[in-house]
Design a protein around this ligand. Structure first.
Ligand code: C2E
Ligand code: CA
Ligand code: CA
Ligand code: CA
Length: 275
């Protein structure tokens, strides 16, 4: 029995070795990808529900891998955060997004996701301001999306950075709102411009369940605080109707459009302005 146990331990170690090795390969490939320009941004429209027009585009990064094809950020962002590569990758995303947006109609904003590691880094505010200066994009057209986890640690320093950027005219959105433990207490501590109600609340919003009541309450809360509310992950007409009925100002989701490459976005914006 003792021997069998040891055999298992060896197998386990071998498996661990393999994972650790695969992980090292991934880390190395990610670093190379950044220096070789293998990342690209796709953009997903945010639609104003008053005018039914596209008024914003969220930048969502993808990795064009030679063998794997287009790799989802869910796979590599966590690794980039652990290795610190997110600082360089995040700076690239900010610069590319600002440059892309500078060529769009002036009423279209660009939203960029910011991870905790990035915000905490001492150069973050400077990186953002330089990206704006280099692209010529007005600060009012840049929205930074942060999740609650971003504010969990180092809260005071993080809030200070966000205040500095907000004073410069940049907008700050709270992403995935309602999924954390203290979303509400952060609303009290920081003057967000926008809250993005997490997609988990929209799933059965069209079916007169608690989710609809929660969206209604959050929209009411946002309204009384002067915060724009967006619902993300709208996939069906029924969900859109429910989101409209609750008084939400903006929507984002596959129903209108999935994230698309920049060429398709340019075409979409050109068509928008022809009609
Ligand atoms: P997120 O910021 O919450 O972005 C929304 C995600 O939901 C995107 O996934 C989008 O494609 C997906 N989505 C949009 N509409 C729908 C819908 O109607 N139904 C469903 N089921 N999904 C929808 P994506 O592009 O895979 O990004 C995943 C996450 O990766 C993002 O979640 C964000 O947290 C992170 N991420 C993406 N780009 C960046 C980046 O440049 N920097 C950082 N730090 N994180 C990023
Ligand atoms: Ca986001
Ligand atoms: Ca989100
Ligand atoms: Ca998310």
């Amino acid at each position: 029995a003792k021997n069998a146990g040891r055999g298992q331990a060896c197998l386990f170690e071998a498996a661990m070795d393999e994972t650790a090795q695969a992980r090292r390969v991934l880390e190395r490939e990610l670093a190379e990808a950044l220096s070789q320009g293998s990342f690209e941004l796709h953009y997903q429209p945010l639609v104003d529900l008053g005018s039914d027009r596209v008024t914003g585009l969220e930048a969502l990064v993808r990795w064009r891998h030679p063998e794997l094809g287009l790799v989802s950020p869910a796979t590599f962002i966590p690794v980039a955060e652990e290795t610190g590569l997110i600082v360089g990758l995040g700076a690239w995303v900010l610069n590319q997004a600002c440059r892309d947006a500078a060529a769009w109609p002036a009423d279209v904003k660009v939203a960029v996701n910011v991870s905790a590691v990035q915000l905490r880094h001492r150069t973050f505010a400077q990186v953002v301001l330089l990206a704006l200066a280099a692209s010529g994009l007005r600060p009012e057209r840049l929205e930074l999306e942060i999740t609650e986890s971003v504010l969990l640690d180092d809260t005071e320093a993080n809030l200070e950075t966000l205040h500095l950027l907000r004073r410069a005219g940049i907008r700050i959105s709270m992403d995935d709102f309602g999924t954390g433990y203290s979303s509400l207490s952060y609303l009290r501590r920081f003057p967000f411009d926008k809250i993005k109600i997490d997609r988990s609340f929209v799933k059965d919003a069209g079916q007169a369940t608690e989710a609809g009541a929660i969206i209604r309450a959050l929209v009411g809360l946002g309204g009384s605080l002067g915060i724009t509310t967006v619902v993300e992950g709208v996939e069906t007409e029924a969900q859109l109707a429910a989101v409209r009925a609750e008084g939400c100002q903006e929507m984002q989701g596959f129903l209108f459009s999935p994230p698309r490459p920049i060429g398709e976005i340019r075409q979409m914006l050109a068509e928008r302005d022809r009609t």
